[in-house]
Design a protein around this ligand. Structure first.
Ligand code: MG
Ligand code: MG
Length: 266
């Protein structure tokens, strides 16, 4: 789940011990397993309600609790955002996926007091080249951002990596919602915008854990929130993509806690 810009302003940046990072990895691996499962089951005809159920079931089977359910009143476990929806879409029985859709799924859990948070945009069947290119560029921008998770760099190095990459491709980054620190709360400081802001941003210190989450639009960066109070859509109704990983700052470089590598099928 992403933060509205300014929401965690002033929230402290909490440094985690190696043991806490290990727990956060456990939490994030439950999220990674869930997203891998969703990548497998998403197909035309399935409803977003069914996906929410499957995600919550797996999460509970792994002795964790869904982090988004009830968060500021969010009514489900999984955020499902279809096509022009950017983030925070609400699962429903009425919504059946169709070939050519793109579905952003964002999932978080709490395990032994620590949070995991990760997201991926999934193609439903065969999608247009326009959508495929958007997904590819957004995921690439996350990879480039993660490479900046190095002690001594600043948050702005992460922001710049995302913004430079996607704008070079002609896309825009959402400004109204940002990434965030994560730990024993879902949203901690610092804010991690996907664009350069004026002023100096915090330096990266060993033991920080960051949820980096580019939200990238084909058209305008402008978004609006639907009347349900949650679903964020692009102002021009053009498609949007969202990828997110929770990443620890370590002496050895970035440690992607929510990596799905373990769940890749041979
Ligand atoms: Mg998230
Ligand atoms: Mg998040």
């Amino acid at each position: 789940m992403s933060c509205s810009d300014g929401r965690q302003e002033g929230k402290p940046i909490l440094i985690k011990t190696p043991d806490e990072i290990k727990l956060m990895q456990d939490a994030n691996q439950i999220v990674a397993e869930t997203l891998s499962m969703l990548l497998d089951v998403v197909e035309p005809g399935i409803t977003t309600f069914e996906l929410d159920r499957m995600a919550e079931d797996l999460c509970r089977k792994r002795n964790s609790t869904p982090a988004f359910k009830g968060y500021h009143g969010f009514p489900a476990s999984l955020c499902v955002s279809l096509n022009e929806e950017v983030v925070h879409g609400i699962p429903t029985r009425k919504r059946k996926l169709k070939k050519g859709d793109i579905l952003s799924v964002d999932f978080g859990v709490c395990y032994k007091g620590f949070y995991g948070d990760s997201a991926v945009t999934i193609p439903v069947g065969i999608i247009s080249k326009e959508k495929y290119d958007l997904l590819h560029a957004t995921e690439e921008s996350l990879d480039l951002a993660i490479q900046q998770v190095v002690i001594g760099n600043r948050i702005s190095d992460i922001s710049k990596a995302v913004q430079d990459h996607v704008e070079k491709k002609g896309y825009s980054v959402v400004r109204q919602f940002v990434g965030h620190g994560i730990g024993s709360s879902l949203h901690e400081g610092p804010e991690i915008p996907n664009y350069i802001q004026c002023g100096q941003s915090p330096r990266l210190i060993e033991g920080m854990v960051l949820a980096i989450e580019p939200m990238v639009n084909i058209g305008t960066h402008k978004v609006k929130v639907l009347r349900d109070g949650w679903t964020v859509i692009t102002a021009d109704k053009k498609p949007s993509a969202h990828f997110e990983h929770s990443v620890a700052v370590t002496a050895e470089g970035p440690l992607v806690l929510s990596s799905r590598d373990k769940f890749l099928r041979p």
